[in-house]
Design a binder for this molecule. Structure first.
Ligand SMILES: [Zn+2]
Length: 249
């Protein structure tokens, strides 16, 4: 009892607030028993790995706004991807990111990184531009591979989940899920999507994208859509395992 009181005093308030207190307790109990199961205070990790890919970087600015000075797509993609990464970590996933700073990265290198990481899914994040300055809203691309129809089907499903949650969290215009032949989503061999999170050439949408609170909602919406998709497939796998498992003897 004294030990728990002591723990309550030393445990960071943060851990108590977000419900990690139990894990902190278990961790310390394990330490006392000299158990190899002892682990630091952190959310329980699910096994899924997600490769996040902030579009462009370095010399490749990507799209730009019509304002002076212009806002560059490469900065928005990195900021938004960092939010997605943070939200996924909080949900217990293991997100990996193709670039953490403003440097050039070839499309081939992004795919190589993804293949070497053996993720469950791949998500590239971009922002749009168009000659028609009225165009605004979110659209998400997947590659309709004929060689791998299952991957195409799962990619479309992932895109639908991410679109639904992104719209729910931002109230943005729905520009639907689309088929696209982009290198990073074509050459990957896991379900892959490319998110176009809004138009930098539309005045009203640009104002929103410049607002860190809006970008946070967009990033969180993307993460929630990823969570919906992975949760559904995790449950399906577990059901399949239960249905096919025959105890020995
Ligand atoms: Zn782009």
């Amino acid at each position: 009892m004294i030990y728990f009181l002591l723990l309550l005093l030393v445990a960071p308030l943060e851990a108590v607030r977000d419900g990690r207190m139990i894990i902190a307790r278990e961790g310390l109990v394990d330490v006392n028993k000299q158990s190899p199961m002892a682990h630091p205070v952190q959310p329980p990790y699910r096994k899924e790995v997600i490769v996040l890919d902030p579009g462009h970087g370095g010399k490749d600015h990507g799209a730009k706004s019509l304002t002076k000075p212009p806002i560059l797509e490469k900065h928005l993609t990195l900021a938004c991807t960092q939010v997605v990464r943070h939200s996924l970590e909080k949900l217990g996933y293991r997100p990996l990111i193709t670039r953490k700073s403003d440097h050039s990265l070839a499309l081939e290198e992004r795919v190589e990184f993804s293949k070497a990481s053996q993720p469950d899914i791949f998500v590239s994040i971009h922002f749009n531009s168009a000659p028609n300055t009225d165009a605004h809203g979110i659209e998400i691309y997947y590659f309709p591979s004929k060689q791998n129809k299952e991957r195409a089907c799962l990619s479309e499903e992932l895109a639908q989940n991410v679109l639904r949650r992104s719209l729910e969290w931002t109230g943005a215009n729905n520009r639907l899920v689309k088929r696209g032949d982009f290198h990073v989503i074509r050459e990957n061999d896991v379900p892959s999507i490319l998110v176009e999170g809004g138009f930098m050439t539309n005045d009203q949408e640009l104002e929103k994208l410049k607002n860190p609170h809006y970008l946070k909602r967009l990033g969180h919406g993307i993460a929630k859509g990823i969570d919906d998709y992975l949760t559904k497939h995790r449950q399906e796998k577990q059901q399949h395992h239960r249905a096919t498992y025959h105890p020995p003897g």
